[in-house]
Design a protein around this ligand. Structure first.
Ligand code: MG
Length: 323
């Protein structure tokens, strides 16, 4: 018999939570059901929603597999909370995404950011990519998470301590819809591993007001045209196209993002759209790698917040650029 850990997104707004339950079976993952009235996905009178497996990963600890699922209504149509369904119709594996997930480690009891127990720490400056107990918290959790992702088959491409004390980042690279599935499963693993260490995760884009960095989820993207035959004109035309629907983009890039996109802390103001080479104060950065590689490469949309739904990010970017 195998232990299959089914994972899905609930119906909470503005951002869904991750849910899971374990099925013990000797067959390959079948459709399964759950009580949607307990996840804001159904009324109590007709509460069954359906879990449809869409991707499988090697499981951590004692489970054999993690099974990422889409939620269907009882009539087998995509549930209104199912943002993956629209995404999967748009994106092909020709599109590659690198998500830079930033977050804070917090105390699960009172929500205090790790390192902030005795009040406000020394100002930002020495924490980014630092080493030493005065500057870093919970490195062992970040490392355990990285290992769990790699074991699961998720292509983590790096991690680093971030600009604020208690803040970390990891990067995930993926192709097509799997990029977004992987990001959700990587978040699931992060929450799970934090349970073991007695810490928790805060994905809010600005957990600490003031002169402290917020958390984003920069979305690097490319398709084969950009990678193999990109030009300055192509890259700039893509930026312009995304700029034309800037407000729509922001509406898909996570809640409370106005608290983070202020024009300070390596962000552009939420009401302004701009792009530029190597410009970390722009909405979209054209990486120097792309320019020096004869404009063959990728772009970095710096607007998405740390709490954004990657299905919505991909739908917006690919939907806009393939129109
Ligand atoms: Mg970062």
């Amino acid at each position: 018999m195998k232990k299959l850990e089914y994972i899905w997104l609930d119906g909470y707004k503005p951002e869904p939570n991750l849910r899971s339950k374990v099925k013990v079976t000797d067959s390959s993952p079948p459709d399964w059901s759950f009580d949607g009235s307990s996840t804001q996905q159904a009324e109590g009178g007709s509460s069954d929603c359906i879990l449809r497996p869409v991707n499988e990963y090697t499981g951590p600890r004692n489970s054999d597999k993690l099974v990422m699922c889409e939620v269907l209504s009882p009539d087998k149509n995509p549930h209104p909370s199912n943002t993956r369904n629209a995404c999967v119709d748009l994106v092909t594996d020709d599109w590659w995404f690198g998500f830079e997930q930033e977050f804070f480690f917090i105390n699960p009891e009172d929500g205090t950011i790790l390192g902030w127990e005795d009040g406000t720490p020394r100002p930002q400056g020495e924490y980014y990519c630092s080493v030493g107990s005065r500057n870093v918290r919970a490195r062992e959790v970040s490392e355990a998470h990285m290992d769990a992702c790699l074991e699961a088959g998720i292509q983590i491409t790096g991690t680093n301590a971030e600009v604020a004390l208690g803040q970390w980042e990891y990067c995930v690279l993926g192709k097509g819809i799997k990029a977004a599935d992987d990001l959700w499963v990587s978040r699931y693993l992060l929450h799970l591993i934090c349970e073991e260490y007695g810490v928790s995760v805060n994905l809010h884009p600005k957990p600490q007001k003031g002169d402290w960095n917020g958390s984003g989820m920069h979305a690097n993207f490319s398709n084969s045209e950009m990678r193999d035959s990109g030009t300055e004109d192509l890259m700039k035309a893509m930026c312009d196209k995304l700029g034309e629907v800037h407000e729509e983009g922001i509406s898909n890039y996570g809640s409370d993002n106005d608290m983070r996109l202020t024009g300070a802390h390596e962000t552009q103001d939420i009401n302004t759209f701009s792009y530029g080479v190597s410009d970390r104060g722009a909405s979209i950065r054209i990486p120097i790698y792309t320019v020096e590689n004869n404009w063959h490469g990728y772009l970095e949309d710096r607007r998405p917040a740390s709490n954004a739904d990657p299905y919505k990010i991909i739908s917006h970017i690919v939907g806009t650029l393939t129109k």
